[in-house]
Design a protein around this ligand. Structure first.
Ligand code: GLA
Length: 638
């Protein structure tokens, strides 16, 4: 407690993997030791984000009910000995978990330390889908609810193909290992079902804690953008969005991907502040090479989360353990104790954050958005496509990175969301769109929006069936073109492009034989089979404009194009003339005060043109134009 005071700790998350320690034998609960920790925290004014402890069942559950263990697509059992070894659909797991949560919530309802519920932990982190017989039966129920009769399923899954017609739901299995390509709609529905099965576990626990503590908010810590779990489906069930962030200090672009995740977290909560629930004080232990965060980097990356909407900085973990799988994971109190760089840096940051209460609750300003839809992501990355190495996150980052570099703050939103607040919306390779989503994007442009659509978007419906009528049928009129053939490039292949303004560039990954029907070419392919055909187009539609990229331009050209499109949409960058490697965002408080964040990710000092009238929130004076290596400036704008 004394060290926590020294480090400025005001909240801890507690009990995440404590199930076996409070219920050593089935039904025998001992919360004595846990009471002491809770009480001591309360006595020291440290709030508790209390975990429901269900993320890893005790070994006795596997002995008592082996069917609670999950199985992979090839039937492999995932045994106890690590963590998260439960089948999400297992009624036995849910019953034991629910009973524990009920005891826990009853015991700590009204406890002065209890501030927030932390349901489960990182759902889907290790076991995101289970293929066992229990899961198969649950999948069949899920399909019955979705399709009503088996005819609806046959239609949706196109089972006339390859003799896959089902006569009854009880014949349907998860997409287990099979001799060929699994039915694409079956794969897609299984991903939906698996995300829902985990969400059901979350909701079961949430319902219990709500009953005991209706006024205590509820969250679960979301991973960095994670394919198996549809964050948009989960978001509305959280009272506050929380996130675990582990950028790799060895990766020179790690902070860009982190920014993308923070923008997603903010957008999941409709722009409300979110919580950075976990980050490493220094190194992690689970990559091949685990770099510590060099001096100043933990501070810089913590402020990056705040700059993009977080209202907290929490860590995994408080004290480094002697044994167990995470003994080499850094901690606020490392093996070396308090006379360590890590403890000094976390304590210094704790003291700084205590002096910044005025930032709490303010919201990040963003006029651009980039879309992400889990169903489309799942469908895009199934097999048997024109190219199977088109990855959603790579695609999204290829579009996001130039926006980050240009200091254009971008929300990450679902394509069916209300987009009217945005001037520019970017749609990277949105393979699957249902009718409502397509209509939403079209209406956005009609109403005056600027939309950038990349190749292989709008190709299939929600059951992975082609939208007929000329690719991409739902966007054909919007874009003023149709695509006749997809033309993926050879591995590592490139295709030359010429922009109409004379700029030459290269396209990567993909190209298309497209025919314009009203769109104006902004670039053409200048080599290969498609030489002379359009590659990038612009099409005014209604009151707005739709752009189309039939290839992925090299990063420089992507930046140039997105800056041009943003300028046309009247989206100004935050600090257009700041040097490269400087991140800048603005948070706006309810009273109208605006706070500029400047983050220098460079390992050297830079000079930044700070707007006149800005006042450093710590000193109250005009910030120095020189920002130190890994330095941070937070200034109230005049
Ligand atoms: C995740 C988990 C923690 C811990 C960290 C290590 O975020 O929630 O329990 O394992 O990873 O980085």
């Amino acid at each position: 407690m004394a060290l926590m005071r020294e480090a400025g700790v005001t909240m801890v998350s507690l009990g995440i993997f404590s199930w076996a320690n409070v219920e050593a034998r089935p039904g025998e609960y001992d919360f004595g030791w846990f009471d002491r920790v809770m009480d001591r925290l309360a006595d020291n004014d440290v709030a508790v984000c209390l975990a429901t402890m269900t993320a890893s069942p005790p070994p006795w559950l596997a002995k008592l009910a082996p069917e609670t263990l999950p199985r992979g697509a090839d039937g492999t059992v995932l045994w106890p000995g690590g963590r998260q070894h439960y089948c999400p659909s297992s009624p036995v797991y849910r019953e034991h978990a629910g009973r524990l949560v009920d005891r826990l919530a009853a015991r700590y309802a009204g406890h002065p330390a209890l501030a927030l519920w932390h349901i489960g932990n990182e759902y889907g982190c290790h076991v995101s889908a289970c293929y066992c017989d229990v899961s198969a039966a649950a999948f069949q129920d899920w399909l019955r609810a979705r399709y009503g009769g088996v005819d609806g399923l046959n239609e949706a899954w196109s089972t006339a193909f390859w003799s896959q017609r089902y006569d009854d739901f009880d014949e349907v299995l998860p997409p287990r290992v099979n001799p060929a390509f699994a039915n694409p709609a079956q794969q897609l529905d299984f991903q939906r079902f698996s995300s829902d099965a985990l969400l059901d576990c979350f909701l079961m626990e949430k319902e219990i804690v709500r009953r005991h503590t209706p006024d205590v908010p509820v969250t679960t810590n979301l991973l960095s953008v994670w394919k198996p779990v549809d964050f948009f489906a989960w978001a509305s069930h959280q009272d506050v969005i929380s996130h675990d962030s582990y950028p790799d200090p060895h990766d020179p672009a790690a902070h860009v991907e982190a920014a993308y995740n923070y923008d997603l977290m903010r957008s999941l909560g409709g722009g409300a502040p979110w919580l950075l629930m976990e980050q490493a004080p220094s190194a992690v232990n689970w990559r091949d090479r685990n770099a510590p965060k060099g001096p100043g980097r933990m501070r810089l990356w913590s402020y990056q989360a705040i700059a993009r909407g977080s209202d907290s900085v929490l860590y995994f973990q408080w004290r480094q353990s002697r044994g167990g799988a995470e003994r080499f994971h850094s901690a606020m109190v490392p093996h070396a104790g308090t006379s360590s760089r890590t403890f000094r840096e976390v304590s210094a940051l704790g003291a700084e954050l205590a002096g910044l209460p005025e930032l709490l609750g303010s919201r990040v300003e963003a006029e651009a958005a980039l879309v992400l839809d889990w169903s489309s992501w799942w469908a895009l990355e199934t097999d048997s496509h024109p190219a199977t190495d088109l990855r959603q996150q790579e695609a999204n980052l290829a579009h996001y990175r130039p926006l980050w570099e240009s200091r254009i703050t971008t929300d990450v939103v679902h394509p069916a969301a209300d987009l009217s607040a945005y001037k520019l919306v970017v749609v990277p390779n949105l393979y699957l769109v249902d009718e409502a989503t397509a209509a939403n994007l079209v209406a956005y442009v009609r109403g005056g929006g600027h939309l950038v659509v990349s190749f292989f978007s709008g190709i299939v419906d929600e059951c992975d069936r082609i939208h007929l009528g000329g690719y991409p049928a739902p966007f054909r009129e919007l874009l003023g073109l149709h695509v006749e053939e997809f033309w993926p490039l050879a591995h590592d292949g490139e295709v030359p492009l010429a922009l109409t303004d004379g700029h030459t560039a290269t396209g990567t990954l993909w190209s298309e034989w497209l025919t314009v029907e009203g769109a104006e070419p902004l670039a053409t392919f200048t080599g290969g089979e498609l030489a002379g055909r359009p590659a990038i187009t612009r099409h005014p539609h209604g009151d707005g404009v739709a752009y189309y990229l039939a290839t992925r331009p090299d990063p420089t050209t992507m930046g140039l194009l997105l800056r041009r499109f943003a300028a046309e949409a009247a989206v100004p960058p935050v600090l257009p003339t700041a040097p490269a490697g400087v991140e800048a965002t603005v948070r706006r408080a309810e009273d109208g005060s605006r706070y500029l964040f400047l983050l220098n990710h460079n390992p050297f000092a830079v000079t930044v043109p700070v707007p006149a009238g800005a006042r450093d929130v710590r000193t109250g004076s005009a910030p120095e134009p020189e920002v130190a290596a890994r330095g941070v400036v937070i200034a109230r704008l005049g």
